[in-house]
Structure formats: structure tokens, C-alpha cells
Design a protein around this ligand. Structure first.
Ligand code: DGY
Length: 330
């Protein structure tokens, strides 16, 4: 890439990220940096991207056909997230805009959090801590916040990609759990053996698991995959954990299942309408809810940004992207 500033590619970094991870981008490109840590409005994003060839975005920025039409010079959109439901991939493909994402580098950190959320939800850690802090604990009692067990349980994982498999490993090896899984495509036999997981239809998995963990991406087809009917199929007293995307779960139905006592507990790191949770969630009992932080260890978040930077530099330098999103329909 040229060092002549007038000929260097122009790139937008849409949110405040880690300065040191952005350094290679600054060396090769003219960088416009939104370091205010505030999501751009759609109008701002359109204005900022007007003269850019590259965009480094987070999950908060939406790239759609109207924006692409307003920014015809754009050649590459690199999201620092593994999920890319905020990018209209077919619209990008139709306009020759390359889209990259950040898989693999966050698997282990996200799986750690998946286990933490499962344990925290099942053992009611959030509710119990609030109870203590509010000065409501007066005496020890045998059944105070007594929940289910994770060790020796049956864990059903929906979405058996790399993150789902990393959760399976932890639960099987560390907690002696039996692992059932459901996936759009069944794993090949070698991978299935290695994961020690048994394939089930979604209905079977829901009916046979003590805890169900969602680790699949969002798409219009997976919207409200878990609604009232699916929740009713889950075992009485079981747990639902979501580290995928908010849109996978019908939230009023989940709240109702917690209020009725049918579900023992739930853990959500993602919800519809982020960053503002539906009030029905906040009123639901035995729900542990966190602000989309499953991949938020510092080393991992830095690695995600570095991968997005490497993708941008590759494409703007005329090379193949390192981690392109799968082609539409693949
Ligand atoms: C991802 O990378 O998709 C995580 O959910 C963080 O947004």
C-alpha cells in the first residue's frame, strides 16, 4: 500500500476500540476514528462512509442496501464480531463489497462465559447477590436459593459450531455432563465422536435435557426458535441459556415460563432490543441477564479487533480476506 496520503485507502473505524490493535491500520490507511464510544446514527454512518473504501465495525453498526447505495466507493466491511446478522451480506455481495468477520479467536472465551452463565443461572448467583446486598439475608436455611446441579446433568447444546463444541468439552470433561446437540447440519462422525455429543432433533433435545444452551447464529429462519411451544417441551425445572443472539428466544414466552415455575432458571447474555431489555425480562424471576459480554476478555477482544484490521488490510491491499463471511446461501 502507498505511503502517499492522497492515495492511501480511506477507512472508517466506527467505534472506540483498542488503540494498539489499530496501529497497523493507521500506518497503511487514512483512518477516520469515532473514538467517542457512541454508536453512530444511520445518518452519521452514511456520511462518514461516503468517501471510504473500508469500514471496521462492531455489532452495533448496521450495514444495509440503502447505506451501500449511498457509499459506492466501499470495498470491504470488516466486523470485529463473529456474528454478522447486522450486515446485509447478499446486498454487499451484489455490490462487490467483501464482508469479513472474526471467528475462532473468541471461541474459548465465549465458551468460558457460557459455562459461567449456566452455572450462575442454575445456582441463582445474580438473585442471591442482590438479596444479600439489599440486606434481606437474615438466617441460613437449607433451601435458600437451592437450585439444580450442573455436574452429572444432561446439557443440550443448540448450535454445535466451534463455540458450542468448546462448551461441550468443558461440560463433559469438567462437569461430567452428558451432551446432546442439535445443529442445522449433523457433525461428521469423527467430529461427533471427538465432541462426545449425541445428535438429537430439536424436540428430542428439549425434552431430554436438564439444561439447554443456545450457541447458534441469528437468521430470519432462527427467529424465535425457542417460543412458548418449545419452552413447554423443556423438562420441568430445566434451564435455558442464550449466548447466541437475542432474536432466538421469544422473550415474553420465556418470562411466562419462569413465572409459572416451569423453567427452573434462565441465563441471557443477549436479548432483543439491546441495549434495552424488554421489561418482562427484568420482572422475570430466576433470570440472570448480562450485557452481551460473552467474548469480553481483554485478550480476546483485542484479538477480534486485530483480526478485523488484518482482514481490512488484506482486502485493501488486493489480497484475499483471511476470514470472509460464508457466501450467501452457503
Ligand atoms: C460476536 O462476536 O458475534 C459476539 O456476540 C460479540 O458481539
Amino acid at each position: 500500500m502507498t505511503t502517499d496520503p492522497s492515495r492511501r485507502p480511506r477507512v472508517l473505524v466506527a467505534r472506540k476500540l483498542f488503540d494498539e490493535a489499530l496501529q497497523p491500520l493507521r500506518e497503511a490507511c487514512e483512518v477516520q476514528y469515532n473514538d467517542s464510544d457512541r454508536s453512530a446514527t444511520p445518518a452519521e454512518l452514511r456520511a462518514w462512509l461516503q468517501d471510504k473504501q473500508g469500514a471496521l465495525i462492531t455489532g452495533s453498526e448496521r450495514i444495509d442496501a440503502a447505506l451501500l447505495d449511498a457509499c459506492p466507493g466501499l470495498r470491504v466491511v470488516a466486523t470485529m464480531t463473529v456474528g454478522y446478522d447486522h450486515v446485509d451480506v447478499p446486498a454487499c455481495a451484489a455490490r462487490g463489497v467483501v464482508v469479513t468477520h472474526a471467528p475462532d479467536v473468541l471461541d474459548e472465551t465465549t465458551a468460558d462465559f457460557g459455562m459461567a452463565l449456566l452455572l450462575g443461572a442454575v445456582r441463582q448467583m445474580g438473585v442471591a447477590e442482590r438479596y444479600l446486598r439489599e440486606g434481606r439475608w437474615k438466617r441460613w436455611s437449607a433451601d435458600l436459593f437451592a437450585g439444580a446441579d450442573v455436574h452429572g446433568s444432561t446439557l443440550g447444546i443448540v448450535g454445535m459450531g466451534r463455540i458450542g463444541r468448546a462448551v461441550a468439552r468443558r461440560a463433559a470433561l469438567g462437569f461430567g455432563a452428558r451432551i446432546l446437540y442439535h445443529n442445522r447440519r449433523r457433525l461428521d462422525p469423527a467430529l461427533e465422536r471427538e465432541s462426545g455429543a449425541e445428535y438429537r432433533s430439536l424436540d428430542e433435545l428439549l425434552g431430554q435435557s436438564d439444561h439447554v444452551l443456545l450457541a447458534l447464529p441469528y437468521s430470519p429462519e432462527s427467529r424465535h426458535l425457542i417460543g412458548a411451544a418449545e419452552l413447554a417441551r423443556m423438562r420441568p425445572g430445566s434451564t435455558l441459556v442464550n449466548i447466541g443472539r437475542g432474536g432466538l428466544v421469544d422473550e415474553p414466552a420465556l418470562a411466562a415460563a419462569l413465572h409459572s415455575g416451569h423453567l427452573g432458571a434462565a441465563g441471557l447474555d443477549v436479548f432483543e432490543g439491546e441495549p434495552t431489555p424488554n421489561p418482562v425480562l427484568l420482572e422475570a424471576p430466576r433470570l440472570l441477564i448480562t450485557p452481551h459480554i460473552a467474548s469480553a476478555s481483554l485478550p480476546t477482544r483485542r484479538a477480534m479487533v486485530r483480526l478485523a484490521v488484518d482482514n481490512l488490510l488484506a482486502v485493501l491491499g488486493g489480497k484475499a480476506p483471511l476470514t470472509p463471511v460464508p457466501a450467501p446461501g452457503a
